[in-house]
Design a protein around this ligand. Structure first.
Ligand SMILES: Nc1ncnc2c1ncn2[C@@H]1O[C@H](COP(=O)(O)OP(=O)(O)O)[C@@H](O)[C@H]1O
Ligand SMILES: [Mg+2]
Length: 306
């Protein structure tokens, strides 16, 4: 349990400095027309911890992930990863540097098999360069090594029996597992998971949570977006709260649960549901747990029906 206690020296406030940040973000802005979807003054992510990124729908969590991992470009701002500026890099280069992400809507290619999806996760390492194509021996050796790693990960994620199934035939939860396993093919140092538990049944959620904790045991850093406050409490070392593009709070789960600004940000949107929810009655710290799936995770649940 002590493992998940954040070090006492980290202040519970937006933009708090961390003893050993793997990621440092400054002045990050992404505007869509007149809307500032992301407006992060300062954020540091502590190395080898599990950080939960929470906030109401439309807070800018996915956009923030997109920016940091090179899938979208900011209007302003910069960030460093292991002290190196990252701004100009695209997703492939980010992955090579050790930063990978998964998507709120799973991106497994349904017309490919599970093992083929896994191998694609290593595509960044093989490279698609002409040089490699001209060296079939090197390529074959690398291909065999990639397949060996893919099979080892499938085994770890209890998916070996689905190795040759098309991704389309997997349940929503299995697809989430596949996506996490595939992200590990890039041997990332930091893994950013966008709603990894959305649309996943309770049994598989426990399994996924176990895998996330394992990633930390292996020394990786995890940032994940999650709405379920039980999940956040269970696995997070640190919680970052976003609302309207900004970081409005940071702290341990307990600190965040007692933060009036956070409660207001949630209740502002979910007042009616929360008042009638069982969880809100059980405990004050649960009062900002989200009972409504957002538009996107709603789609996810439909398309990934277990
Ligand atoms: N490509 C886009 N074009 C225009 N608006 C967008 C785009 N992507 C996101 N937004 C808007 O930016 C805000 C933040 O969205 P998002 O990052 O998906 O929030 P979250 O993941 O926290 O629910 C929302 O108001 C959303 O409608
Ligand atoms: Mg989102």
């Amino acid at each position: 349990m002590s493992r998940s206690e954040a070090p006492a020296e980290i202040e519970s406030k937006p933009g708090a400095t961390k003893p050993d940040p793997i990621l440092k973000v400054s002045g990050l802005v992404r505007q869509f027309g007149g809307l500032k979807a992301v407006d992060v003054e300062h954020l540091e992510i502590e190395r080898n911890k599990i950080t939960a990124l929470i906030g109401p729908n439309g807070a800018g969590k996915t956009t923030f992930f997109n920016l940091i991992t090179g899938f979208d470009q900011p209007n302003a701002g910069e960030w460093t990863y292991n002290g190196h500026p990252m701004k100009a890099l695209g997703p492939h280069q980010m992955a090579k540097q050790g930063m990978v992400r998964t998507f709120q809507l799973t991106k497994s290619l349904s017309k490919l098999t599970v093992i083929e999806n896994m191998k694609l996760g290593a595509a960044n390492q093989v490279g698609e360069s002409l040089g490699k194509a001209l060296l079939p021996f090197t390529w074959k050796k690398q291909e065999a090594e990639i397949e060996r790693r893919a099979d080892a990960l499938l085994d770890r994620f209890n998916m070996s029996h689905m190795r040759s199934e098309f991704a389309a035939s997997l349940s929503g939860g299995q697809r989430k597992l596949l996506e996490m396993a595939r992200a590990l093919m890039a041997e990332p140092e930091i893994v950013m998971l966008d709603e990894p538990m959305a649309g996943v049944n309770p049994a598989l959620t426990q399994e996924l949570l176990g895998h996330v904790k394992e990633l930390r045991e292996e020394g990786r850093t995890i940032v994940f977006v999650e709405h379920d406050m039980d999940v956040v409490r269970d696995i997070s070392d640190w919680v970052v709260v976003m609302a309207q593009g900004q970081i409005i709070a940071e702290g341990t789960h307990a600190e965040i649960g007692a933060n009036q600004e956070v409660i207001d940000a949630y209740l502002g949107r979910h007042h009616d549901e929360e008042m009638s929810s069982d969880k809100a009655q059980e405990s004050g710290t649960e009062s900002f747990s989200q009972s409504e799936p957002d538009e996107n995770s709603g789609l996810e649940k439909e398309s990934n029906d277990e």
